[in-house]
Ligand binder design. Sequence first.
Ligand SMILES: *[C@@H]1O[C@H](CO)[C@@H](O)[C@H](O)[C@H]1NC(C)=O
Length: 381
Amino acid sequence: MISFFISISLYGAFCSPLERTGSAFFIFGDSSVDPGNNNYINTIPENRADYEPYGQNGFFPKPTGRFSDGRVIVDFIAEYAKLPIIPPFLQPSVDYAKGVNFASGGAGILSETNHGLVIDLQTQLKSFEEVQKTLAEKLGDEEAQRVISGAVYFFGIGSNDYMGGYLGNPKMQQRYNPEQYVGMVIGNLTNAVQLLYQKGGRKFGFLSLPPLGCLPALRALNPKPKKPNDEEAGGCFEEALALALAHNNALDAMLKTLHYMLKDFKYCNSNLYDWLHHIINNPTNYGFKDGLNACCGTGPYGGIFTCGGRKNIKDYQLCDNPQDHVWWDSLHPTERIHQLFANTLWSGPSSSVAPYNLQDLFLDRQITIGDIVDHNPQSQY
Ligand SMILES: *[C@@H]1O[C@H](CO)[C@@H](O)[C@H](O)[C@H]1NC(C)=O
């Protein structure tokens, strides 16, 4: 605790006004963090959210393309970092100096995932290289490099590789067993992080995978549904849960390795899986009434992905109070979940967010190696 207060006061006392303008924020990912890039591409209605009732809570004047009743996690993080809302890369004439968001609903880490319908991670990285060039032209090499090395790079991606990309893709399951597949996904994510590090990035944040099998869509598809008298608020799709856990464990190991391999590599990771699983099973402890059913959708658990009536099945139901629900639609949580998890990533204790929380990264706080060795976010909850 003591070092916490000292680093705060040093920050206030010695940072020049220029340095205090803060870190830029670059975002890569899927629908968990897409602010509307898919509004600008040719894709299917399932990969878009620029129609009602998406965005219905009125924070934005009309649907933006966010897969939520309002904001998503990176909007809250930007607010806490005193940044403006980070714009989608494809929005015309955006200014990149405070960062930009490359995420695309439906995207995977592997380019095979939803190929042709999304902006995959490789393409998102190519766009980042364009942004880096533009910044250098606008600000000069030195200032651009300062922006790049001072920025926080955030990843919210991977769910689609396991859902559509693997569980929904028998050919992929024939070619790779789960362990090989996770290795391939993590291998490609590692390459992405290393590329950004080579470009000058030093500070990284990760949204680990949620308990995928408990998404209303997967709960509804579960081949082994809940037994009567089963105590656990169960019926989560076990195979999807196992893949998410394997991915998160591999991600954690990968980040520890990069921390030792790459000088000044700093990261924030947290256990979204356990965090969300606990809320799903104990919704009332967190002020929710329903941890199982989507607010917007149809069928069992609202698990048929029809929210908005733009897809093949037009029928959908909408709940009265999204803030009572963990799940907004069949695949995505409500704004309240985004906000609660943003709070955890921003200022969570090292027992749950490690080795740095996002506040540490944005404010350039230092911690000791001991903190990294002692606190494993996978094992402490
Ligand atoms: C990245 O994914 C591709 C499939 O898209 C795979 O062939 C390749 O081996 C992966 N790379 C790594 C480093 O795992």
